[in-house]
Write a protein that binds this ligand. Structure first.
Ligand code: ADP
Ligand code: MG
Length: 281
């Protein structure tokens, strides 16, 4: 389990008078949970990611990964590094090797795994991210989007227990966004991996079991997508939107389509609701 207890965090480089980047955060994430985090720029999402990954330590409070404090050292810190995989906003921050295949193999090699296991993991990661044809390419020839694909594949090949993705889809083309979201859900279901996915795109959020809304360093809302998007007005005051299909559902209800569910999350749900209300009219 990932556990954040009464955590406040202030960057050393921040002026003492400025508010902390995170304030009094309490959070528990179980293995197998899928969690999306939304919130406008500066709300503390990346800072929370760095604390969960033991890259930064709380100013106050404690962060624990499977009961190990992130302030641990030696063996314990190594265990945390193996269990928590992070994909950062900028792929250049995490690519280390010269070619695609070497970069993806780098993590599993560092885990000291046997050769055949490394190969199996690399092949699986290459195919999950549709990188098979690019395996031998030099990293320096790739676009930013392709670099992000390689960074994601490299972390997946480590098979972490907790996977943190900080705005991973900003630079990916649409078809890869859909396949990444499907891969995340599958890994949670089949391997019990917990997935924490930060995004600006509301339609991505509906794929997750749980959504956290951050604002000024705090977690303001924590619930299922339908719970979160039933607070459309509050989200609007925070400068956040609800998915387009949710808004459309609201408008139709306001115009007399009372049979529609309170909160519509997907086009498929809207279609099903419209068909069933048609047949009952
Ligand atoms: P988000 O990822 O939601 O955009 P961040 O976690 O990056 O938010 O930022 C939270 C707050 O911390 C902001 O006020 C930001 O200016 C500040 N901050 C982020 N990174 C640093 C840093 N390296 N040094 C000082 N302040 C930072
Ligand atoms: Mg950020």
């Amino acid at each position: 389990m990932l556990e954040v207890q009464n955590v406040t965090f202030h960057y050393n480089t921040q002026e003492a008078s400025t508010p902390p980047a995170l304030r009094n955060i309490n959070l528990r994430i179980q293995p197998g949970e899928t969690v999306a985090i939304i919130g406008h720029n500066g709300s503390g999402k990346s800072t929370l990611t760095r604390l969960l990954a033991a890259i930064l330590h709380p100013t106050q409070g404690e962060v624990r990964v499977d009961d190990i404090s992130t302030t641990a050292r030696g063996e314990d810190l190594w265990t945390i590094r193996q269990r928590v995989g992070v994909i950062f906003q900028n792929p250049d921050d995490q690519l280390v090797a010269n070619t695609v295949i070497d970069d993806i193999a780098f993590g599993p090699e560092n885990l000291g795994l046997p050769r055949h296991e490394i190969e199996e993991r690399v092949q699986e990661a290459l195919s999950s991210l549709e990188l098979g044809a690019s395996a031998q390419l030099p990293i320096s020839d790739l676009s930013v989007g392709q670099k992000q694909q390689v960074a994601i594949a490299g972390v997946l090949a480590m098979r972490p227990r907790y996977l943190l993705l900080d705005e991973p889809t900003t630079m990916l083309p649409g078809h890869l966004v859909r396949s990444l979201l499907a891969t995340e859900q599958r890994l949670a279901r089949e391997r019990g991996m917990a997935v924490i996915h930060i995004t600006h795109f509301m339609h991505e959020v509906t794929a997750f079991q749980r959504v956290l809304v951050m604002h000024q360093g705090e977690i303001l809302l924590d619930g299922s997508p339908s719970e979160i998007f039933s607070h459309a007005d509050q989200l609007e005051t925070l400068g956040l939107d609800v998915p387009m299909v949710t808004r459309l559902g609201e408008r139709l209800r306001a115009r007399g389509w009372q049979h529609l569910s309170d909160v519509i999350l997907t086009p498929e749900q809207l279609k099903a609701d419209l068909c069933s209300s048609n047949s009952s009219n």
